[in-house]
Design a protein around this ligand. Structure first.
Ligand SMILES: N[C@@H](CCC(=O)N[C@@H](CS)C(=O)NCC(=O)O)C(=O)O
Length: 375
């Protein structure tokens, strides 16, 4: 009990900070992130190494995610969750619990997400979250390898004279809308200043992106801005078709937005487990291993010692040393799939989004994914 008291005080300090109340010790950035010099220690699970034990005891992974971003994190009409980020929650559950369905999805807005991670309300945050220096160094958290390389974009309506060649300077006098608690908000404010249009131009923020889209559709916003993946997702699912077809995404990219899972930094074992779940999806794609062929692959490729180790079929496997079962990453691939499968299922050519792989390709295909060797 005595041991728990400081943790409680830290939680309270973070909650106060997240609500924007500057008490001198803690401050919030315009992203709504709790930034504190003395209370950044993670508070959720206490002892290092205990996240895994907590999840195993609970029998369920609690994954913070989006519920309003089709293709990444979305709550379907029947209450189920879908999306690229959601599948990474499932892959971690498969690795840790042997069951990709053992996940409780906790929908979070951008402004809520970091407090939920810090207080231990969630085990991991996978919600189109950009890896930045502030978030990496002041929130008591770390990032897993990037799963989606993105960049910030802007969209407006063709009927108002915009097209894909439009620039930030063309937004002089406009109302530009986005959601609060994001890197987006910071980047757009910098961009309008650099374009010399800040005096005339308004950046308006909303709690979530559904509100942004509603205001855009109602004509209260001249332009919207967020990660380009988000713009593609929102355009593809906008109704009615006349509005959807009128939305144009500018060619310009305002920033780098490397998106990936985020976890508390007090528990290195947990961080390794999440990191290697991500690497395993890359390695599986490198080898052409899929959920459908993994058993045949292991049976037919006894000389691929790396695969035999990573998927738990060899004596010198490394997963048990990480606190997992030997077949942890076999389960992740068997039940959820390789990076390519996760990508195609949610964003690929057969989906309404059809997002080109671009930077989100393996190094052997000209992209940025270069997983370390599993040895
Ligand atoms: N990647 C950026 C932006 C994340 C973000 O919140 N994006 C918006 C638009 S793609 C979103 O997810 N909106 C859904 C919501 O807030 O409910 C960040 O980490 O700050």
């Amino acid at each position: 009990m005595i041991k728990k008291l400081p943790a409680l005080l830290i939680v309270l300090a973070l909650v106060v900070a997240a609500c924007g109340d500057d008490d001198g010790a803690s401050t919030t950035t315009t992203e709504g992130e709790a930034v504190t010099t003395t209370t950044a220690a993670p508070t959720g699970q206490g002892e290092a190494g205990s996240t895994l034990a907590t999840i195993q005891e609970r029998g369920v992974l609690i994954c913070g995610t989006n519920e309003t971003l089709p293709g990444f994190g979305f709550r379907e009409a029947d209450g189920s969750f879908s999306g690229f980020d959601v599948d990474y929650c499932r892959a971690i559950a498969a690795a840790v619990l042997g069951d990709a369905t053992a996940v409780e999805f906790r929908p979070l807005t951008a402004a809520e997400r970091f407090t939920a991670l810090q207080t231990g309300e969630i085990d991991v945050l996978i919600r189109n979250t950009t890896w930045t220096q502030t978030r990496d160094t002041t929130l008591g958290a770390h990032f897993a390898p990037t799963t989606f390389y993105d960049g910030q974009g802007v969209a407006a309506l063709g009927s108002k004279g915009f097209d894909s060649d439009s620039t930030i300077a063309d937004l002089d006098g406009a109302i530009i809308c986005t959601n609060a608690g994001t890197t987006t908000e910071l980047n757009i404010n910098e961009a309008i200043q650099l374009a010399g249009i800040a005096d005339n131009t308004t950046v308006q923020t909303f709690e979530d992106f559904d509100q942004v889209m509603n205001a855009f559709q109602a004509g209260s916003c001249d332009a919207i801005t967020t990660d380009k993946s988000g713009l593609i997702s929102r355009k593809a699912t906008a109704e009615p078709a006349a509005f959807r077809d009128d939305i144009v995404i500018f060619g310009v990219t305002l920033s780098k937005e490397p998106l990936g899972p985020m976890y508390r930094s007090d528990d290195a074992q947990w961080g390794d487990i999440v990191d290697w779940t991500v690497y395993t999806t890359f390695i599986a794609e490198e080898k052409g291993v899929t959920s459908a062929n993994i058993d045949d692959y292991l049976a037919n490729n006894p000389d691929d010692l790396e695969a035999q180790r990573l998927f738990g079929a060899a004596e010198d496997e490394l997963q048990t040393g990480m606190g997992l079962s030997a077949d942890a990453y076999y389960n992740a691939i068997k039940q959820v799939g390789s990076y390519e499968e996760i990508y195609n299922r949610n964003l690929g050519p057969d989906t309404v989004f059809n997002v080109p792989r671009g930077l989100n390709s393996l190094w052997i295909n000209g992209g940025l994914f270069y997983p370390p060797p599993a040895r």
